[in-house]
Each structure stands twice: as structure tokens, then as C-alpha cells.
Design a protein around this ligand. Structure first.
Ligand SMILES: Nc1nc2c(c(=O)[nH]1)N[C@H]1C(S)=C(S)[C@@H](COP(=O)(O)OP(=O)(O)OC[C@H]3O[C@@H](n4cnc5c(=O)[nH]c(N)nc54)[C@H](O)[C@@H]3O)O[C@H]1N2
Ligand SMILES: Nc1nc2c(c(=O)[nH]1)N[C@H]1C(S)=C(S)[C@@H](COP(=O)(O)OP(=O)(O)OC[C@H]3O[C@@H](n4cnc5c(=O)[nH]c(N)nc54)[C@H](O)[C@@H]3O)O[C@H]1N2
Ligand code: SF4
Ligand SMILES: [Mo]
Length: 740
């Protein structure tokens, strides 16, 4: 008998509502909920086939530990906790707590109790050495608002805004912020209603194909293009004078600064037509309401903070912020939002507090400690050397830039614990791999996606939406798995440490610390108890969210944006000195032009892959198990290559072998390689089997951001050369499954 249940997909951050048909513990079918008022039935192939991941032979059914011979032996959950705690104790006893670092990867964030228990654990052992994928992703997203200030009433929603600008983000595939949650469906409606879309991207992406204006720029030119757009908007008096006069400061300084960004020069350097930049600028300013969302493209191509900052300046100059009297689309359900009032929250410190690292002058910032410096901190001898690393739901070997250095660092650790359902490429270096319950085996809710609202215009839910679910299926028969948080609870217990679990619903960190739950260290709490603590302070208590029911809109108190208080003098800042200095010194386009390497390698995402996951899940029936290098047809002709040919890709740092896929979507001289592929040097290296690693081509030692450390990971100069091989050409026909 088939049983039909509502649940939430936790394979990625999107948290799609799903309907799961089961026969006992066997999942028969998963599909989207067409009646859902926010997702409109959206799911992707990963979510619909997650049963294949849950039961895949790759997945660990128990934790493992390294024996003296170097092989892994199975360990019970209690043994892995016991042994890990002992090893940690001996390292902290000898070298102090700061010798232990935590790396929080993408999949740790999907479960907010996992993340907050791990943070509580680090606090308890007394180590501030917490790193995350944010500093190798889009760190400018948290730095820029601190420099510019925050508009307390928030941005408009893409659903309602007349015009939207996407810079180096492709929400139709990545499903990150920028378009409505169901991006393709939402964009169709936007188009029908006459709402405009502008995209800046070197590729003709799925999102760019739906755009009114596509600036197919060379990578690394975003800050200049945005500066040129600001110049047009100011020169043509298209900005919102009234809004700027009342709510912003530094107008004259930014006006002076962008004056040197002449359209013709910028267009030449970015490989665009001046008229197109001008058209984009006018379109953005002429909408009564609008928004700007940036993605990994600009954040990885050398100007993370500056591009995000200029995006916010464009928002402010155009007055694209919600005004007094307007209805708040999402007053918050599981996450408390800032009090909606039509005034600025002034700039606040973005760096210069917390831990200082020993390398490259880097230290803590709002984005956390720089992950790009973590390998160096492991390799560098001295009192403050990092000797133990816990990787939680992340994959350093595949994700961190500068793969050779990562390889050396992972080998140099005294202790590496990977909390991960598989022996990932990082797991291959680990002393312990702690195997967790995942996806439908654990309780979940939509708080994470809601919390993404802080990442800026177009992120998170634009309506009071929520869903919650309990565990739906048992872990595989005969397995011994724990929930991610139980590893931290168990080891803290062994180490005799108290844990203080903070709420993720309260954005004010001091307040969250004051109301943190002192976790009972004698009687193990239930997962439900921890969820209640992690969502403490939410506008609606978790208990009021229907369990195992369809996701829906909740009846939270209607809110309207309050007018600015008469005594408010706070302003959004258009002239942050660090940013304008970076802008003035910018010759980003110049290195493209002067670049002796004929090609620039960029990053992009594949629909049926998530970072380093899903590469080998047979059920997806991918026709190829690797990441192709996408090459423009004219460039392919010049290189004398076609689909399936092998090429040597050489940067100034290293070289890799990649497999060509010719694509009309690339502009000339730009090649794209999806990230997080490749395998450790001690194993199989065939790109047909393990893919090709972009991380290997990147160095963390040059061209890095002085605040967050993010190195240039997109727009990397490379040379390409056809490789002669007798091997049979692999098929590069794209996966039969598309998103949607
Ligand atoms: N060259 C280049 N490098 C890049 C990028 C790029 O574009 N170009 N992108 C960067 C970006 S944006 C990111 S976010 C990073 C990737 O950042 P990482 O987070 O370091 O890498 P992922 O591949 O996402 O790793 C997720 C891991 O979590 C595991 N996992 C899945 N579900 C669970 C779970 O429920 N619990 C636990 N404990 N583990 C789970 C998976 O098996 C996988 O090993 O890479 C960065 N690196
Ligand atoms: N299916 C799928 N979804 C994912 C992921 C995945 O691996 N697969 N990963 C998740 C993660 S961890 C993240 S961080 C998000 C990322 O989400 P996005 O940032 O939306 O990532 P992409 O879809 O790669 O879009 C980045 C775009 O930037 C363009 N680009 C590259 N360099 C430049 C540049 O210098 N300037 C400009 N303007 N554009 C440039 C690329 O062509 C690409 O289209 O996606 C998340 N969602
Ligand atoms: S986009 Fe795909 S993987 Fe992500 S939550 Fe939705 S169905 Fe799951
Ligand atoms: Mo990411």
C-alpha cells in the first residue's frame, strides 16, 4: 500500500515542498506540490530522485575510523564519538583550543540546529577558529551592507518590481536569490506583466535568455560596468533626488568618483557596446520599483565587496527601497525581521574585530575567518598552528581554491574529522568520517530559506510562507547513523563541556546569546526540543506551524512600513572610503586586455549537480560523469577541437586536463568549467571519471581580497591546447534532465 506524505526537500537550500509516495520505508515517487502558493510545484531532478542518493552504495551506513594500516574500519556511533573526543582532548591539552578549527560547508547550513550546535561546541572548547564556505562564495553580501547601511523597510520583491538587474547569477539553475522562488515560472509572470529583466553575464544563461537586456560582458568588469551605469543615471538626472537627499550621504563624492568611468572605455574593456550599458542604466532607473541581485560571478572575479557595494548604491540612487505606508510582503514567520520603518540603519564595522590570522594580514570580518587562508594556517608551523579540523557538511578538497595547497594541508593535519554521509574527496584524507542521517530521515522546516532574506534584494520568501516536517523515512536497514548535531552533543558530553544553543530566528547576536538554551548535558534532548530553541523568538512559534502538512502562507499580523521618525538622522552611505578607493584604483578591465593568456576561465553551475555532490548518482542517468569545459564554437574551431576532445587548461598556477563541450552560450575568449570536481592525486585522475578541477588552477596567494581573502576564482586567465589522445572520445551530450 502506498502512503502519500507532505515533506520538504533538504537536498539544497531551496527547501522545495514535496509529496513523497512510500511503500513502508521504500520511497516510490517524489514530486512537487503544484498547489503550493510560493513554489508552484517546482522541484529538480535531485530532489525527485533523492531516494537514490539515500540508498546509494556510496553512502555510509556507519561511521569509519582510520586504522594503523591506513585503511578505514567501521565504527559504531558511540565509538566514533568516544574516539573523536579523546583525540580532540589530547590536541587541546597539548596545543590549546585554538589548534582546533571548524569548517562549515554548504550542507551544514541546511539544518540550522546542526550549524548552531557546532558553533556552541566551538565556543565551549574555546576556539574562535570557525571558517565557512561564505568566504569562498559571496562574502561581499555581508560586507557591503555594513559599509552602505541597511534600509530597514527592505527591498521590493522581484515579483512586484518593475525592473530587476541580475549580475553574474543564474537563478534559473542555481535557485539562489534574484528571481521569485520558482524562477522560471516567476519570470514568465514578470514578463507577462511587462516587468523588465537585465542580466550581466559572460554566458547566455537560462536567465539571460529571458532578459530584456543581456550585457554579455567579459568577466571581472562588473564593478566598472556598475560604475558606468551610476554615471549615466547621475548624468541624465535619472536618480531619485528626493530619496537621496533625505536618506543618503556622499552623493557628490560618488558622482566625482564615477565620472572617470566613461561609457566608451568601460564598454571597450568589458567587450560590450556603450549603447547597451546606457540602455540598461536607463531601464533600471526608470522603473518606479526595482532591484539588483549579484551572484558568484562578480563575487569571485576580483571585486566581491565593491560589486556588491555598487549594487546597493544603485538601489539607493534609484530609490528602489520600500517606502512608508507600503505593505510588508513578509513580516516574518520563523525568522524575526527588522522593524519595517522607512529609514536607514547606518553603516557598521565590517572587519577589524575578532581573531587575526598569521598569514597575508587577513583576519576576521562579518563574513567570518577567511577560508582561503585556512590551508596556510594548517601548514604554517608555530604556536598558533591549526592541527585539527572538523569539516561539517563541506568538502574542502573539492571546494577550497588552490587544490594542491589544500592537499598538502589536509595531509599535514594531526586530526581530520569529516561529518558527511559519504567518503568525499576530503573524506579520503580523514581520520574519521562521521556518518549522519540526512534529508528525509530528519526533521526540517523552512527557516533557512526564510533567513536568506538578509542576503539582499530578491532573496528569501516574499510572502509569510512556512512548512515543517518530521522525519519521514528510517535510515537504511542495518545502519548506525546519528543526526549531525548528536556528534557535537556526544563529544561535548565526553569532554565535559556545556553547550549554549543560540536562536537562529533572532538576528541580533547579543540578544540571541542572552536567550541561548543551556543544553541539558545529562539527559539528551530531543531534536524537537533543539528546534524549539533554535527558532526561539520567531514571530510564530514552531508549534504553530502545521507539522507534515503542505507548505502554506501563515496568518501573521499584517504590517505596513512606518514613516521615518522625525529625530532620525541616519543615512545610507554612498561614499564609503575603502570602496571608493578601490573603485578609483580599478583597472580591472585592463588585465583582461593586457592579459597574455587568450582565455578567461569562469565558474558556472549544472542543474543536476550540487557542488561536489551528485557526481556519480547513477539514477540521474547522466550521459557523462564529468564536468565539461564549455567553449564557444569559434574558439573551438580556432583550437581545432570538438565535443569530447581533451584540452590542457593552463593558468599561471597549474594545469589540468578537461573535456570540451562546444556551446553557443559562451562569448568568445571565455570558457566555463563547473566547480568542485576532480579527485585527490593519490587516486584515479581520468577526467572522464572524476571530472576536472577548477580549484587546482587557482592560487590563494595572488589577487585576493584584503578583507575576506577570497581569491580570483572566476575570470582566471588560462591558455588552452588540444591534447592528442588515443582514448575514445567521451559523449558530452548534456544530461537528459533539465531543471523544472
Ligand atoms: N573554482 C571554484 N571553486 C569553488 C566555487 C567555484 O565556483 N569555483 N564555488 C565555491 C562555493 S560557492 C562553495 S559553496 C564551495 C563548496 O563548498 P563546500 O560546502 O565545501 O562543498 P560541498 O560540495 O557543497 O560539500 C557538501 C558536503 O556535504 C555533504 N552532505 C550532504 N548532505 C549532508 C548532511 O545532511 N549532513 C552532512 N554533515 N553532510 C552532508 C556532501 O556529501 C558533501 O561532501 O566551493 C567553492 N569553490
Ligand atoms: N543546480 C545547482 N544549484 C546550485 C549549486 C549547484 O552546484 N548546482 N550550488 C549552490 C551554491 S553553493 C551557490 S553559491 C549558488 C551560486 O549561485 P549563482 O551565483 O547563481 O551561480 P551560477 O548559476 O553559477 O551563476 C553565476 C553566473 O556568473 C557568471 N559569471 C562568471 N564570472 C562572471 C563575472 O566575472 N561577471 C559576471 N557578471 N558574471 C560572471 C557565470 O556565467 C554564471 O552564469 O548556487 C547554489 N545552487
Ligand atoms: S531545487 Fe531540487 S534539490 Fe533543491 S530543494 Fe528543490 S527539489 Fe530539492
Ligand atoms: Mo556556494
Amino acid at each position: 500500500m502506498s502512503d502519500r506524505s507532505h515533506s520538504i526537500c533538504r537536498v539544497c537550500h531551496l527547501m522545495c515542498p514535496i509529496i513523497v509516495e512510500r511503500d513502508g520505508n521504500r520511497i516510490e515517487k517524489i514530486y512537487g506540490d503544484k498547489t503550493n502558493p510560493v513554489y508552484f510545484g517546482y522541484t529538480c531532478i535531485k530532489g525527485r530522485r533523492q531516494q537514490d542518493y539515500l540508498t546509494s552504495p556510496e553512502r555510509l551506513k556507519h561511521s569509519v575510523g582510520r586504522t594503523a594500516s591506513g585503511a578505514f574500519e567501521p565504527l559504531s556511533s558511540s565509538a566514533v564519538i568516544e574516539q573523536s573526543a579523546e583525540r580532540i582532548r589530547s590536541i587541546t591539552d597539548q596545543y590549546g583550543p585554538k589548534s582546533v578549527a571548524l569548517y562549515i560547508g554548504t550542507q551544514a547550513a541546511h539544518n540550522l540546529i546542526t550549524r548552531n550546535m557546532a558553533l556552541a561546541w566551538m565556543e565551549a572548547i574555546g576556539s574562535p577558529m570557525v571558517f565557512s564556505s561564505l568566504t569562498i562564495d559571496q562574502p561581499g553580501k555581508v560586507i557591503a551592507p555594513a559599509l552602505h547601511g541597511i534600509w530597514l523597510a527592505g527591498p521590493y520583491a522581484p515579483e512586484e518590481a518593475d525592473v530587476w538587474l541580475l549580475v553574474g547569477t543564474n537563478p534559473m539553475v542555481s535557485m539562489q536569490g534574484g528571481l521569485p522562488i520558482n524562477a522560471a515560472h516567476g519570470q514568465k509572470i514578470r514578463q507577462r506583466e511587462g516587468r523588465k529583466l537585465i542580466v550581466i553575464d559572460p554566458r547566455k544563461t537560462e536567465s539571460a535568455k529571458a532578459a530584456d537586456v543581456h550585457l554579455q560582458a567579459l568577466p571581472g568588469c562588473d564593478a566598472e560596468i556598475l560604475a558606468a551605469m551610476i554615471r549615466v543615471i547621475i548624468a541624465e538626472r535619472l536618480f531619485d533626488q528626493d530619496f537621496v537627499d533625505q536618506n543618503a550621504s556622499g552623493f557628490q563624492t560618488i558622482e566625482r568618483c564615477v565620472a572617470s568611468f566613461h561609457l566608451e572605455d568601460v564598454a571597450r574593456r568589458a567587450g560590450l557596446r556603450a549603447a547597451d550599458i546606457e540602455r540598461a542604466a536607463r531601464m533600471l532607473a526608470q522603473g518606479r520599483t526595482g532591484g539588483v541581485s549579484l551572484g558568484t560571478g562578480p563575487n569571485m572575479s576580483g571585486q566581491s565587496n565593491l560589486s556588491e557595494y555598487l549594487g546597493l548604491c544603485l538601489m539607493t540612487l534609484c530609490g528602489h527601497w520600500v517606502r512608508a505606508g507600503e505593505k510588508v510582503r513578509n513580516p516574518g514567520v520563523l525568522v524575526r525581521r527588522l522593524d519595517p520603518i522607512a529609514q536607514a540603519f547606518p553603516p557598521y564595522p565590517a572587519w577589524g574585530f575578532g581573531e587575526q590570522l598569521r598569514v597575508k594580514g587577513l583576519g576576521n570580518s562579518l563574513a567570518g575567518l577567511p577560508t582561503s587562508a585556512l590551508a596556510d594556517e594548517i601548514l604554517l608551523d608555530g604556536e598558533r598552528k591549526i592541527r585539527a579540523l572538523i569539516s561539517l557538511g563541506g568538502n574542502p578538497f573539492s571546494g577550497w581554491p588552490d587544490q594542491q595547497k589544500t592537499h598538502e594541508a589536509l595531509n599535514a593535519l594531526d586530526l581530520l574529522i569529516s561529518v558527511d554521509p559519504i567518503i568525499s574527496t576530503t573524506g579520503k584524507y580523514a581520520d574519521y568520517v562521521v556518518a549522519p542521517k540526512i534529508f528525509l530521515e530528519v526533521a526540517g522546516n523552512t527557516a533557512l530559506q526564510e533567513s536568506y532574506g538578509v542576503f539582499g534584494p530578491g532573496w528569501g520568501y516574499q510572502a509569510p510562507y512556512a512548512q515543517a516536517c518530521g522525519p519521514l523515512v528510517d535510515p537504511p536497514h542495518g545502519s548506525d547513523l546519528i543526526e549531525d548535531w548528536e556528534f557535537f552533543y556526544g563529544t561535548a558530553q565526553k569532554l565535559g563541556l556545556p553547550l549554549k544553543l543560540k536562536s537562529a530566528s533572532i538576528l541580533d547576536q547579543k540578544q540571541a546569546a542572552r536567550s541561548a538554551l543551556e543544553v541539558d548535558m545529562t539527559v539528551k534532548p530531543t531534536t524537537d526540543r533543539l528546534w524549539t530553541a533554535v527558532l526561539d523568538g520567531a514571530p510564530l512559534p514552531l508549534s504553530e506551524i502545521e507539522q507534515d502538512a503542505p507548505g502554506r502562507l501563515y496568518d501573521v499580523d499584517e504590517q505596513f512600513v512606518k514613516p521615518k521618525t522625525p529625530e532620525c538622522t541616519d543615512r545610507l552611505r554612498l561614499d564609503d572610503p575603502t570602496m571608493l578607493q578601490e573603485l578609483s584604483g580599478l583597472v580591472s578591465g585592463e588585465w583582461n586586455m593586457a592579459n597574455p593568456s587568450p582565455y578567461l576561465l569562469i565558474t558556472c553551475r549544472l542543474p543536476d549537480i550540487h557542488n561536489s555532490s551528485w557526481h556519480g548518482v547513477a539514477a540521474l542517468k547522466r550521459r557523462h560523469g564529468f564536468n565539461p569545459l564549455f567553449v564557444n564554437p569559434e574558439d573551438a574551431k580556432e583550437l581545432d577541437v570538438t565535443d569530447g576532445d581533451f584540452v590542457d587548461v593552463e593558468s599561471d598556477h597549474a594545469s589540468i586536463t578537461a573535456i570540451v563541450q562546444v556551446s553557443e552560450d559562451l562569448r568568445r575568449r571565455v570558457v566555463a568549467l563547473p566547480p568542485c570536481w576532480g579527485a585527490p592525486p593519490m587516486g584515479e585522475q581520468d577526467p572522464q571519471t572524476v571530472g576536472s578541477s577548477a580549484a587546482k588552477l587557482i592560487t590563494v596567494d595572488k589577487h585576493f581580497d584584503p578583507i575576506t581573502g577570497i581569491p580570483r576564482m572566476s575570470g582566471v586567465p588560462v591558455r588552452l591546447r588540444k591534447l592528442k589522445t588515443d582514448a575514445k572520445k567521451p559523449s558530452t551530450k548534456e544530461s537528459t534532465y533539465a531543471a523544472g
